[in-house]
Design a protein around this ligand. Structure first.
Ligand code: HEC
Ligand code: HEC
Ligand code: HEC
Length: 183
């Protein structure tokens, strides 16, 4: 009898442990409210390498595609070294959409940021699998139907609605009009 009781207790305990682990995993996968804005993901996680700031990716990808260094300074002289956390505005100084004879290119680089980040994120297993992502991860559609860009990490409710809008402020902190509509 005592043996059976012990077996039952052990069985119940392991079932409980298994369940707790499963619940913890589910919670980790759901990962809380949706992330919105570049800086909700591109934070400095490792000072030595700069993983995973915007500047880190600029260096990493320029090495991979051209086997050379990405510029370490923006046009205004601000540092874009990998370990530096910078706003996407800094990147748009060179990668904003070009006009006139630079149509189809960036303002300074051959590539606009739009042409880099759309495929790089939409075709990335990590971006799609680890996070609950969509166009609204980086954008908000404004009254003119244009896609404003979300730069800062936006505070949102569990459905991704910005808290600033829920509070009646009418604007999202750090939301930028697309570089393509600026004259
Ligand atoms: C939900 C998290 C998340 C958000 C928000 C996010 N990114 Fe990313 N980003 C990633 C991940 C993950 C990768 C790595 C993709 C891979 O390696 O497959 C990445 C990669 C990149 C890269 C490297 C591109 C390449 O050629 O491989 C750049 C540049 C970048 N992000 C810029 C941005 C910008 C600019 C924004 C805001 C407009 C932004 N990201 C918003 C998760 C995010
Ligand atoms: C001073 C101008 C300048 C600034 C600022 C700048 N870049 Fe670049 N970027 C370049 C140039 C130049 C290249 C190389 C491609 C070319 O020849 O135009 C490049 C290449 C890249 C590439 C490689 C694209 C690929 O996959 O081959 C990525 C990614 C990138 N930049 C992201 C960024 C991000 C993110 C920022 C902001 C942190 C940024 N860049 C800021 C000039 C700039
Ligand atoms: C990882 C971040 C990210 C994601 C995800 C993303 N975009 Fe973008 N998008 C950008 C960036 C960066 C730009 C360039 C903004 C600039 O030049 O000012 C841009 C520009 C645009 C523009 C031009 C802006 C305008 O209104 O003229 C459109 C349209 C757009 N995106 C649509 C989409 C759609 C549709 C999706 C989903 C399928 C999407 N984007 C997903 C980052 C993102």
């Amino acid at each position: 009898m005592r043996f059976i009781r012990a077996v039952l207790v052990v069985g119940a305990l392991s079932l409980l442990l298994g369940l707790t682990a499963a619940i913890a995993m589910a919670a980790e996968q759901a990962g809380g409210p949706p992330k919105r804005g570049c800086l909700s993901c591109h934070t400095l996680e490792d000072k030595a390498t700069g993983k995973y700031t915007l500047g880190y990716w600029a260096q990493e990808r320029t090495k991979a595609d051209y086997n050379r260094d990405h510029p370490k300074k923006a046009l205004d002289g601000a540092s874009i070294e990998p370990a530096q956390v910078v706003s996407v505005k800094t990147c748009l100084g060179c990668h904003g959409a070009g006009t006139g004879d630079r149509m189809g290119k960036g303002k300074f680089s051959n590539l606009s940021l739009r042409d880099i980040v759309h495929p790089a994120h939409m075709f990335s297993g990590v971006f799609g699998d680890r996070y609950n992502t969509s166009c609204f991860t980086c954008h908000n559609v404004n009254a003119e139907g244009r896609f404003d860009l979300l730069d800062e990490a936006v505070a949102v409710n569990e459905k991704g609605i910005p808290k600033s809008l829920l509070e009646g402020k009418g604007t999202i902190p750090g939301a930028l009009p697309s570089s393509e509509v600026k004259k």
